[in-house]
Every structure is written in C-alpha cells, then in structure tokens.
Ligand binder design. Structure first.
Ligand code: AMP
Ligand code: ZN
Length: 476
C-alpha cells in the first residue's frame, strides 16, 4: 500500500516497523461540546484505514485520544457553572455515541490527557534535563531552536517563523509570554489560574500543554516510534510539528514514520463559497443534528465519496446524491439475496466461470484503489461497476456464484464500514394492518380500495411493491 506522507510530500510504500503489525495514533477531539461533522471526517477516514489494514492481515493498534483539559473546556465549565471534568466526561460519552452511530469502531485505547499527568511530568523533566526545555515563573517552555529538525513536517523555515514571531512581539507581551527566551518557544507546562483544574508538579500547580499529551500518550500506548500518525490538516502546524520536536528531543528516536492528514469538510457561506467547517466560524453542523436528518450510514458513505486528502463540500444535495448511490448498492444486495434464496443453477457454465473471473478483477481493482493512498472515491466507483454487472448477471449464474458476489460485496462494504445486511425493521401495527387490508381488498378484486390504501401508505412514507414473492415494502 502507498501512503502520501506529509513529511516527505510523496506517496511512499507502507512498510511497518514490525512485520504484520501497525501502530496508528489519531489526534482526537477536544471535548467541550458535541462534535461537528468536520470532526467526524478524520474519525471515519482513519477508521476505514484501520479496517483496510486489518483486511490486508495486519494487527492494528489504534490509539485516539480525547483532549479533556483545555481552555475551551474550562470556559464552557465556567459558563455552565460546573466542574471542567463534568463537561469533558459528558462530551466524551456524547462523542462515543456519535462514533457508534457512524460505525466508527472504538479505538484499541482512547487515552485521556487528565489520566496521564505523571508521564507528562516525566517527559517535561527529561526535556529540561536534556537542555531542550526551561522553566520561568512556573511555566515550562520548549526551547524550539534546540531541535535542529524543527519545521520538517510543515516544511517551514525556522528563520521565517522567527520573523513572523517578531511581528507578534506586542501580542506576546499582552499574553504574558514575553518571559520566553525566544518567541518560537512553546508551552509544555503552565501554572493554573484561579478556578482552573490543576496537578502538582516540580514547577507549579498547573496543567500540561496540548501538544505534550499526544507525545506522551502515543509513546505509552504504541511506542517511541509509531507507524502512522494522523489527523486533520490544520494540525500539521504547530501541533504535529511540536509533537515531533518534543518526542524526538526526549526519546532520541524518530517519532512517526508516516504522517497522514485529511482535508477539510467545507460548507457554503452566504456568498455560496465553500469554507472550512469550524466551531470558530460558527458554520458547523453537529453529527447529532445531521443524523436526525439522514441515516448515519449515508453520512459515512458521503464522507468516503472523496479521497481523504481532497476538500469535501457538504450540502443537502450532495448528501442526497450519496443516499441514492448507496441505495443502488443496497438494492443490488437485496437482489442478490433474492437470487440466492431461489437456488438457481447456472444457465451456462462458461458464463458462470466468466462471472467469477470478473469478480476477482473487481476485488483486485478495489484493492488497487485503496492501496493508492486510500482512494475510497475510486474504490466506490469499482463497487458501482461491480453491482451494475451483478444486477445483469445474477439471475443467470449459479447460486454459488451469486453467493460469492454477495459475500465479496459484504466484505468490501464492511471495509468502508457499511453493512449490506438487511436491517430487520418492524413496522408499526397500524401500518401492518393497512398492508393486510390492502391484500384483502386485492383478493376481493376491490382495486379502488387497494389503490387508496397504497396511496395512504405512500403518504406515510411506505412504498409497496407487488412481486412474485408477495408484497414488499420500502421506507422512502
Ligand atoms: P479539534 O477538536 O478542533 O482538535 O478537532 C478534532 C479533529 O477534527 C482534528 O483532527 C481536526 O483536524 C479535525 N477537523 C476539525 N474541523 C475539520 C473539518 N472541517 N474538516 C475535517 N477535519 C476537521
Ligand atoms: Zn495530537
């Protein structure tokens, strides 16, 4: 498999550190509110990466944190007059519910910053001991210029950054950070302000900086060098750049071998231009509200309709298009299920063999698309071709071949995190009754009444179809 590595800006063949095993760390959300569907993009994309690597036979250790101590959490807690931990615990639970709805599997470990403070203090001490960090009035800063490779991920030149910081000198004074040796230095540990959660440390009662938590938790749950580090592209600088500096300076080993960054989910503004969905712009939709409007499966399928590095525009029209596309696949699965139930024999043995050969080609092409830097857009196109072909041949092939098509479709869709199994849906008793009444009317040749009931059901969002196997219903 090839992965586009932000570090080298090239697609590189993926080779894990330990054969057969992969350690992935994905930066998770800061939990101060419901997550928005932009936050769901990395969750869905990298969950799909995990599923694909498992399909290829790797054992995956998937670690994704919750940032549960942060200015935004504290601000929200103060506003609601509750403890910060109340806010973070509440929104971790809500986030897990959203993930489940979107069929994002729980990580192997979901570490929380507040539960790993002793290890963070240890790493800060190591950095001080090695001359990469210093304390001033209870705050510990990372000495950025002490790390020669600073800027290697974001491809920024440290002197350009310095110039930028000089312009910000005034702001630094305002924020009280003028005590730093260098404008580029960043916080590893900061003292508490009145009313903030805090932990005892050799430097002050306070809390860790945001970047530090990922360096510490990835090391603890994966190791000093991790295979794949992932997150949204806004995290490249400064978050991931700072993680590298801290980890490599402290551990003396390479931090992460492959860096994967997803593009933004965008939404139209008042001028019909698409811009990043974000909390600060106020243009966000929560996963919770969107999943009330659309089946979460459709939302997941929509997220995978673009390759993960491309920007993806969100709109009702595009979600509708995804719904229709997914329906095509699910209808083909229904058809295969019907065919399998009929125990067909092949009309023509050669055509049957040909259909099996085609099936292998579809799988090869699906894998090739996914091997090309997780190109889910192309992989989905292959699935469309496969279901189109399946629709035309499934009546003519043997039941075994139809079953193989069904199984393969199921496996490929499961990699995308979507089940093709029929959901056992139950209808409300009054709807069941209407369907029975209509059958009765048809038996009595009272077609006017039968049509009337059919229209009534349609208005209730239930479409009936009379087939040779009997009456079937579908929710619209
Ligand atoms: P945050 O809670 O802001 O740290 O974000 C959690 C994750 O969601 C990070 O990996 C972000 O890069 C990602 N993210 C935030 N907004 C978007 C967006 N509009 N599109 C894609 N990813 C996003
Ligand atoms: Zn992180």
């Amino acid at each position: 498999m090839k992965i586009f590595n932000t570090l080298t800006r090239k697609k590189e063949e993926f080779v894990p550190i330990t054969p057969g095993k992969v350690g992935i760390y994905v930066c998770g959300p800061t939990v101060y509110d419901f997550i928005h569907i932009g936050n769901a993009r990395p969750m869905i994309v990298f969950d799909t990466l995990r599923r694909y690597l498992e399909y290829k036979g790797y054992e995956v250790n998937y670690v994704s944190n919750f940032t549960d101590v942060d200015d935004k959490i504290i601000a929200r807690a103060n506003k609601d007059n509750v403890a910060a931990s109340y806010i973070s615990e509440k929104y971790i639970e809500e986030c897990k519910k959203d993930m489940e709805a979107l069929n994002v599997r729980p990580a192997t470990t979901h570490p929380q910053a507040t539960k790993e403070i002793p290890d963070m203090i240890d790493m800060v001490q190591t950095l001080i001991d090695k001359g990469h960090a210093y304390e001033k009035n209870g705050t510990v800063y990372f000495r950025t210029r002490s790390f020669a490779d600073y800027g290697k991920l974001s491809h920024k030149n440290i002197d350009d950054l310095e110039a930028g910081h000089r312009d910000e000198a005034h702001q630094l004074k305002v924020s009280g950070e003028d005590e730093k040796e260098d404008g580029l230095d960043f916080v590893l540990w900061k003292p508490k302000k009145e009313g903030e959660p805090s932990w005892t440390s050799p430097w002050s009662d306070g809390r860790p900086g945001w970047h530090l938590e990922c360096s510490v938790m990835s090391k603890k749950y994966i190791g000093g060098t991790i295979d794949i580090h992932a997150g949204g592209e806004d995290l490249i600088f400064p978050h991931h750049e700072n993680e590298i500096a801290q980890s490599e300076a402290a551990n003396g080993t390479e931090f992460a071998r492959y860096w994967m960054h997803n593009g933004f989910l965008r939404i139209a503004n008042d001028n019909d231009e698409f811009e990043k969905m974000s909390k600060s712009l106020g243009n966000f939709k929560t996963v919770r509200e969107i999943c009330k409007m659309y089946d979460p499966v459709v939302v997941r399928f929509f997220m995978l309709s673009a390759q993960y590095r491309s920007p993806l525009n969100f709109s009702a029209k595009l979600i509708e298009a995804s719904k229709n596309s997914l329906d095509r696949i699910l209808t083909a699965a229904d058809k295969l299920r019907d065919v399998i139930g009929k125990n067909n024999v092949a009309e023509n043995v050669e055509d049957d063999a040909e259909a099996l050969k085609e099936l292998n080609t579809f799988v090869e092409r699906f894998d090739a698309a996914m091997d090309d830097d997780l190109n889910t857009a192309d992989a989905i196109s292959v699935i469309f071709e496969m279901v189109k072909y399946s629709n035309t041949v499934c009546d003519k092939v043997s039941v075994d071949t139809a079953a193989k098509y069904y199984d393969v479709l199921s496996v490929l869709m499961n990699i995308l995190g979507i089940s093709i199994e029929k959901k056992e849906e139950t209808l409300d008793a009054d709807i069941e009754k209407l369907i029975e009444d209509r059958q009765e009317a048809r038996k009595n040749k009272d077609f006017a009444k039968a049509d009337e009931i059919r229209d009534k059901l349609l208005a209730m969002g239930i479409e009936l179809k009379d087939t040779r196997e009997g009456v079937k219903w579908k929710r619209l």
